[in-house]
Design a protein around this ligand. Sequence first.
Ligand code: F6P
Length: 534
Amino acid sequence: MTTKFDALLAHRARTAATTISDLMLAAPDRAQTYSARLGEMLFDFSKTQIDAEALDLLIKLTEGAGVADRREAMFSGAKINETEGRAVLHTALRNLSGSVMFEGQDVMPEVRAIHARCEAFARDVREGRFTGQGGRITDVVNIGIGGSDLGPAMACLALSPYADGPRCHFVSNVDGAHITDTLKHLNPETTLVIVASKTFTTIETMTNANTAKAWMAEKVANPAAQFAAVSTAGDKTAAYGIDSERVFGFEDWVGGRYSMWGPIGLSLMIAIGPEDFAEFLRGGADMDKHFREAPFAENLPVLLALVGIWHNQICGHATRAVLPYDQRLGRLPAYLQQLEMESNGKRVSMDGVDLPYESGPVVWGEPGTNGQHAFYQLIHQGTRVVPCEFIVAREGHEPALAHQHLLLVANCLAQSEALMRGRSLDEARAIMAKKGLTGAELERQARHRVFPGNRPSTTLAIPKLTPFTLGQIIALYEHRVFVEGVILGINSYDQWGVELGKELALALQPILEGRESAAGKDSSTRQLVAYLRG
Ligand code: F6P
């Protein structure tokens, strides 16, 4: 079967033997050619096997797939989420001065109004005008899951040097351990609970919200007064008893995993303050502008997407590792797992036909340098190739520990260099000979010390991790997902794949409670039910 990738696959077959080091040696200015900048942000993809023809073919792919038209359709409010009949307008949440028409109406007055309400509430909490029944709010607990948790949780950690408000905590798992361990150190009289759920029906979130309410009711006369809600379902938040003054709504054209820019970011706004939150939005809007205006050959989200397509659909590498050399980006891989895998993990194209090629890749990662002492062994010497995406800042937030930051940066650069260069058998033999080994033992030991090299990586370098640069990074990855999705011809904005498990969990509840029989279940499920019921 022929696919849109055939020309690239043929090119790959012809050039697979040319290593990244060969390409580097052949063109002394390769790094400049195969990189792009936005302001002070630098994206270097020169340590890949992409050559001029591959890049040309990749850019042609975007033309064939209609990326430019689709991009404008997204920004202008067309219902590009076709399986749910929804627009995809999260970009409107970070471009507060713009105007965006949706179904004949400018949505921005409403977006600005909700944003202003969030700001006012955040200020009231931070400045002590909104209090708990025991005084000033000391702690905020955001109860949500998936897109209603990962974004603000990731960003609160990333921007902790900017946090000067109440402490923020995040509870997501329905495992009672999560809420128990979170609440046990908190004072119910000075805690604000934010129930964050787009649909306000997610069982994990509603169960944890009920637990938090009961915990608060033990000490506080009116627990609902210390609850706020963020949701698209105003009727359900009202039924839950949360005063509409503390309900912050948004529209269904904001997907859960794209929602941290709006009211779902309330906990972050309370933690870092509205000014720094606005900087975060400005960073996102800056990337939007670049994505809309820069030619594709210089366009960071487009290039990041094309590198992704090259490694996954063309080279056949099934996973990619995101490796931030920044401890505070520790939750970024988890955030990107939802963003990328929930968006592009689809086996059927927009028109309902099976994809004749792979869907989006498995995304995983950990901050460096920790990963180096754990799983990098496989990345360097395993049989599978894992394209790596390094992220590193020029400057840290600890001037007194600048020497540690230097060491961090050195490690990041060393890894991408080592992955590219590797170590040949002859080099390994020379090392063993220096250690005094000879003959068969030298040969045997040397083979274990060979690094194949030619392992691809990209590096995203930023001046410093700030609210602005974090906004740029998140919007960069969002648009990367968009471009990859358009090229794959899938709908990046639905998530039907999460439904079946939810339905079966609901059906298993009465079986586990002993109210219904497990007879209709397969023998494995029956055995596990019997075991777990004890
Ligand atoms: O089950 C998947 C999902 O719908 C995600 O897409 C979403 O981010 C998460 O659950 C939480 O949903 P909600 O915000 O509606 O509680």
